[in-house]
Design a binder for this molecule. Structure first.
Ligand code: FE2
Length: 367
């Protein structure tokens, strides 16, 4: 495979969000989504300009960072974009090799290879830019056994925090929104610079409603472990959800992060109880469901009550649901997904989903 040649990737490492108030954001993700705090860096650990909270659930690791003054690049990022995903960090066997290979194929540097260490060992990291101001860090951590990265101190989660676990286990895919006409440029970037291959292409005919349309291609690397769908708006009668995102994020950026669960009904029940808000479909969706996807293991009344969507492809079926935006701007949201064989992204649900999103857009005066 092409990616094995020059860009071996072990797995997702973490996603770092730049936010206005990391302490409160960490609390939000822990109390509602069921993450637990595992590490912290800030004034008390010798940093002068930022605070970072590392939270985890299953293998999913998020970092919430905020700047401590207006001169901080983190604070400036949050001012311009609102809360957003800055770094989709990937674990690699060799950060220096990944960085130099990416640069020699046209990537723009975000951070030269740097080694940091503490009593737990050494980490080597480097970073490149992708769409907008988003970056990919390459993290080489095989010689490290600390709580996160050198400089972070461990936090012991409390029993109450652990009890909020919602069964989220790993990152499935991370979706980027780019400007009109730019999708193919970024597809080529992931092919040329990262050695990814194109998995699926959704045209605007496939993804359109009465009002808006979008196009999407899915790039895959790390032997299928890393999936990056890339969306661009298509010309529709009114403003697409991608354009709304771009207007409020003020640049291309991460639209949603999909997280895997092994039992979506239990997961979504608990997330809902703990305050996560989901986009709700329409009840007629469930009347037609069995005709569309055939027999499934889950009771359809249960799915209808929670608003979980189902789609089938050649390999099996999947269940999915989307949260509302998790900050004031209509930008970033999350997907919860359970795969029962299916490798797709729920294309059969796109129309119903986008109509539901458009109802929210209309409420915001943005359709
Ligand atoms: Fe998705």
């Amino acid at each position: 495979m092409a990616d094995a040649d020059f860009m071996p990737i072990k797995n997702w490492d973490h996603i770092e969000f730049y936010v206005g108030n990391a302490k409160q954001a960490a609390h939000y993700y822990c109390s509602t989504f069921g993450f637990v705090p595992v590490a912290y860096a800030g004034l008390e650990t010798g940093l002068r300009d930022r605070a970072s909270y590392v939270i985890q659930q299953g293998k999913i690791r998020f970092v919430l960072s905020s700047g401590l003054g207006p001169e901080s690049p983190i604070a400036q990022h949050a001012l311009l974009h609102g809360d957003g995903a800055k770094d989709i960090a990937l674990e690699v066997p060799d950060a220096e090799q990944a960085y130099h290979n990416a640069l020699s194929r046209g990537a723009k540097s975000a951070m030269e290879p740097t080694v940091t260490e503490d009593q737990h060992g050494k980490v080597k990291r480097a970073a490149i830019y992708t769409y907008g101001e988003t970056i990919h860090s390459f993290i080489e951590r095989s010689n490290y056994n600390g709580p996160f990265l050198p400089g972070y101190r461990a936090i012991e989660p409390t029993a109450a925090q652990l009890a909020r676990d919602c069964g989220l286990r790993a990152i499935d895919h991370v979706v980027g929104n780019v400007e009109l006409g730019k999708m193919n440029e970024w597809v080529k970037f992931y092919e040329d610079v990262m050695g990814f291959t194109q998995m699926i292409h959704f045209t605007d005919e496939a993804i359109s409603t009465e009002y808006s349309a979008l196009m999407s291609k899915v790039m895959e690397g790390g032997h299928g472990k890393i999936k990056f769908p890339i969306n661009e708006p298509a010309v529709g009668r009114k403003k697409s959800q991608i354009e709304e995102y771009l207007d409020y994020y003020r640049s291309p950026g991460v639209q949603h992060v999909a997280m895997i669960t092994g039992d979506i009904i239990t997961t979504v029940k608990k997330l809902t109880e703990q305050g996560v808000e989901f986009i709700q479909g329409i009840s007629s969706y469930y009347d037609e469901l069995e005709g569309r996807v055939g027999k499934i293991d889950e009771p359809i009344e249960e799915l209808a009550k929670l608003g979980i969507l189902v789609d089938r492809d050649d390999d099996g079926y999947l269940l999915q649901i989307f949260t509302k935006n998790v900050q004031d701007r209509p930008t970033v949201f999350f997907e919860i997904i359970q795969r029962k064989g299916a490798r797709g992204f729920g294309e059969g649900n796109f129309k119903a989903l986008f109509e539901a999103i458009e109802r929210e857009q209309a409420l915001r005066g943005n359709l």
